[in-house]
Each structure stands twice: as structure tokens, then as C-alpha cells.
Design a protein around this ligand. Structure first.
Ligand SMILES: Nc1ncnc2c1ncn2[C@@H]1O[C@H](COP(=O)(O)OP(=O)(O)O)[C@@H](O)[C@H]1O
Ligand SMILES: [Mg+2]
Length: 441
């Protein structure tokens, strides 16, 4: 800026001139002297340079500012966009939550309805199957259903009589599940299956140390059944001393655990069952008369299968469906001849025997028709049996069981066992073997 025209500049920049003058703190005369003129020129030059620098910085700042503004507005736009998206998402979530709640309410409503329908269905099934599991439309069975209906709502003791496999256990379950006690358990005790020395503690319970080997306290089955039902199956096999204890319990409604002096009050409904002729057992001194009268409040006698042959086709259908499902077969027909031969047989093992025959037939049948391989001896065995006295019956039972054991190579349980062949529970068969004194040679 060598050609700097101070006058011009000073004229153009009165403010600069004033500033220079002030900085130099000189009067008007001195200011116009050549010495100051030179200094002024330099100063003005410096100021000019400074000003240009300032302007440049200012411009730079402006640019940075604009850039910043741009960035801020971009960022703001981005944030607004994100915010909008978030708001939308929240809205959607809220909507989803709302529809979920609606769906939940709907599911709950459907579930409630399903349960109600289930109950209706169960009632239907119960009607069709007669108390859940008992199949048959014979008049002999209809009389039993009537008795079940009459006695189930009461607390009365029920005595179920009838041959083995006639459905006494099924009737006991039906009575319990149609009673007000149905929400409580039905405890079953098979008096024939329990070892004699354990029956007492099994039934009545025991305190720790009540006898050698009693390491723990045991709650008896009567206590377990409190509020519910106890089913004393094969009551005819109960040892005499326990018969008197049972009699006392029925009379007082209370018991003592073995080894305890404390009496416990128990509210239990008793259903007892036996295939023995209890009157005969009383006569021979094997059953207490007083207990018999306590139990014989409401007797129900199950008709043997041979006296309700019209139920056989229904039972066969039922068991075919049951074992088809269990074994995974699709047997869907049965010849008239087969039905005839099943109806002609005298079924000493009753429904249980029929059930085993059908299970075996389902296993062995080829194709879709049921083939029953068992050969039934139909030559009036029922009439034969009816003519024999009890001793002869026991003898026949002895021989029959022995024959079955020989046939199965002394196997008792399992699908090749004598129990299945005879239509008996393995535990019952074991008890019979013991009672009849059958020993393996
Ligand atoms: N009327 C019936 N309908 C369907 N199954 C039956 C019927 N009677 C008995 N059963 C079945 O036969 C078998 C033997 O019956 P169960 O009640 O144990 O006889 P019991 O106690 O008289 O020896 C069981 O599997 C049972 O479900
Ligand atoms: Mg039984």
C-alpha cells in the first residue's frame, strides 16, 4: 500500500482519521505536520490492513456460521424425522397392546366357554358311557345304574358283590365321582394284595418306632382318604383281627395310628367289594358277622357277563376302539361268527377276561377284521359250575390257575402271564396262589 493517498483515504474514512488522531493524541496543527503525516499514513495503513483482516475473519466466521446453521438444520430435520418415527412407533405399539388386550379378553372368553363346553361334553360322554366308563345297555346293568344314582349322593357305605371282573372297581369309581366327595381322592386298598403284616399300618398308619423296622411315621390310607372315599377291594381277604379294627373304626369314625394313643377323627365314605360269598365266609368263621352288617348297608350285586350277553357286542366295540388306539391298529370289523362265539362263552373272568381276549386279538389280528384266536369251551360250563358246592369251586379254581400257570411257564404278570390269561389282577392272582396253596413243583 505504497501509493496510499492519505487525503483521499482520510476523506473517505473520516472515522479512521479521527481514530488515528486520537491514538496519537496530537492537535490539529501537529496533525498536519509532515512528521505526523507520515505516522498517520502508517497508522492508517495498519488500520486498513487490520480492517481487511477483520473483514476476512468476519467473512470466515459468517461462512462457519452458515455451515453450522446448515448442519444444525440438517440435524434438526433428522431429529424431527426420528422423533416422528418414534411417535409413530409408540402409537403403533399402543395400538398393538390394545388389540393384544382385546385378543386376551377374547381368548379368556373362548377358554371359559371351552371349559363350559368341556363340562357339557363330559356330561354327554358320561351319559353315553354310563358314569364315565361302564358300557352296557342290558336291563341287568340298568338296575345297577339306578342303584348307583340312588346311593352316590349319600354318605352310605356300599358293598359291591359279584364275580371277579364284573366291574366292581368301575362302579366304585362311578359312585365316588358322582358324589359330593368327587373333588377329594378315592383311595383304593386291595386287601388281597397287601402282605398281612403290613395291612394294619397301611390302613391305619403308624408312629415312628411302632414296631421293629418302623423307621418313619406313616400316614394310613384311611387318613389319606379323609374327606373322600376309601375303596376296600377284596374285603373278604381281610384278616380277622383287622376286621374287628375296621368294625370299630366304622362304628366310631376314629382311629389310632399304630404306636400312638391319640385318636384321630376321620370323615371317610366306605365302599367295599368282594367276589366271595360273605354269608358263607361268616358260616365258616372267616368273616365277622358284625362287620358284615356294618358294610351291608347298600349292597349292589354286579351281574356276571354271561347273564347280559347283549352287552358283549357293545363291550367288544369299546375294547376294540381302546386297544386300536393303544396299540396303533385300525381294526374296524368283526364277523358275526366271532360275535356269536364270544356271546356263547360263559366268561368266568367276566368283562376283565373279555377285555384281555380283545387286547390279545387286536395284537394278533392281521388286516382290518378282528380275529379271535382263543378257542372257547362253550359246553355249558356255567351250568356245571352252578351245580357244584363251594369246595368244588375252590378246587376248580385251584386246577384252573394251575393249568394257566403251566401254560405260561409260571409267569404271573405281563402279556404272557397267567394273570392276563385268567382275567385277573397279577396281585390278586398271587394272593389266590398263596391262599389255594399252589406251589411250583
Ligand atoms: N361295563 C363295563 N364297561 C367297560 N369296562 C368294564 C365294564 N365292566 C368292567 N370293565 C373293565 O373290566 C376290567 C375289570 O373291571 P373291575 O372293575 O376291575 O372288576 P372287578 O373289580 O369286579 O373285578 C376293568 O378294566 C374295567 O374297566
Ligand atoms: Mg376288582
Amino acid at each position: 500500500m505504497d501509493t496510499f493517498d492519505i487525503d483521499n483515504n482520510l476523506a473517505a474514512e473520516p472515522q479512521l482519521r479521527r481514530q488515528a488522531k486520537e491514538r496519537m493524541s496530537v492537535n490539529e496543527a501537529e496533525f498536519h505536520s509532515p512528521r505526523t503525516e507520515e505516522a498517520t499514513k502508517r497508522l492508517v495503513h495498519e488500520l486498513e490492513v487490520h480492517k481487511i483482516e477483520l473483514e476476512m475473519q468476519n467473512e470466515e466466521l459468517g461462512r462457519s456460521h452458515d455451515l453450522l446453521e446448515l448442519k444444525i438444520s440438517e440435524r434438526t430435520r433428522e431429529l424431527t424425522r426420528a422423533n416422528l418415527q418414534l411417535t409413530q412407533e409408540i402409537d403403533e405399539r399402543k395400538k398393538a397392546e390394545k388389540s393384544l388386550l382385546v385378543a386376551f379378553a377374547e381368548i379368556k372368553r373362548l377358554n371359559d366357554r371351552l371349559q363350559i363346553e368341556n363340562i357339557y361334553l363330559q356330561q354327554d360322554v358320561a351319559r353315553e358311557y354310563n358314569f364315565g366308563e361302564i358300557i352296557g345297555q342290558s336291563s341287568a346293568l340298568a338296575a345297577v345304574f339306578l342303584q348307583i344314582e340312588q346311593v352316590a349322593p349319600m354318605n352310605a357305605t356300599v358293598l359291591l358283590l359279584g364275580e371277579t371282573g364284573t366291574g366292581k372297581g368301575a362302579v366304585a369309581r362311578a359312585i365316588h365321582s358322582s358324589s359330593v366327595r368327587k373333588s377329594r381322592p378315592m383311595i383304593t386298598v386291595n386287601c388281597a394284595a397287601l402282605p398281612t403284616n403290613l395291612i394294619e399300618s397301611e390302613l391305619f398308619g403308624r408312629e415312628k418306632g411302632a414296631f421293629t423296622g418302623a423307621h418313619e411315621r406313616q400316614i394310613g390310607r384311611f387318613e389319606l382318604a379323609d374327606g373322600g372315599t376309601i375303596f376296600l377291594d377284596e374285603i373278604g381277604e381281610l384278616p380277622l383281627e383287622l376286621q374287628s379294627k375296621l368294625h370299630r373304626f366304622i362304628q366310631d369314625g376314629e382311629l389310632e395310628r399304630l404306636g400312638s394313643p391319640r385318636t384321630i377323627k376321620i370323615d371317610v365314605r366306605i365302599i367295599a367289594a368282594t367276589n366271595r360269598d360273605l354269608k358263607e365266609e361268616i358260616r365258616t368263621g372267616r368273616f365277622r358277622e358284625d362287620l358284615y352288617y356294618r358294610l351291608n348297608v347298600f349292597p349292589i350285586t354286579m351281574p356276571p357277563l354271561r347273564q347280559r350277553k347283549e352287552d358283549i357286542p357293545l363291550l367288544v366295540d369299546h375294547f376294540v376302539a381302546k386297544f386300536n388306539k393303544k396299540i396303533g391298529k385300525k381294526i374296524d370289523s368283526i364277523s358275526k361268527d366271532t360275535v356269536n362265539s364270544l356271546q356263547g362263552y360263559h366268561w368266568p373272568g367276566n368283562v376283565r377276561e373279555l377285555e384281555s381276549v380283545i387286547e390279545r386279538a387286536i395284537i394278533t389280528s392281521q388286516g382290518s377284521a378282528l380275529q379271535v384266536l382263543d378257542r372257547f369251551d362253550t359246553a355249558g360250563r356255567a351250568e356245571d359250575l352252578a351245580g357244584h358246592d363251594v369246595k368244588a369251586l375252590a378246587l376248580m379254581e385251584h386246577d384252573h390257575i394251575l393249568q394257566a400257570l403251566r401254560k405260561t411257564g409260571w409267569r404271573i404278570s405281563g402279556c404272557n402271564g397267567a394273570a392276563l390269561l385268567l382275567g385277573l389282577n397279577p396281585s390278586t392272582l398271587r394272593a389266590r396262589i398263596k391262599r389255594l396253596g399252589i406251589a411250583r413243583p
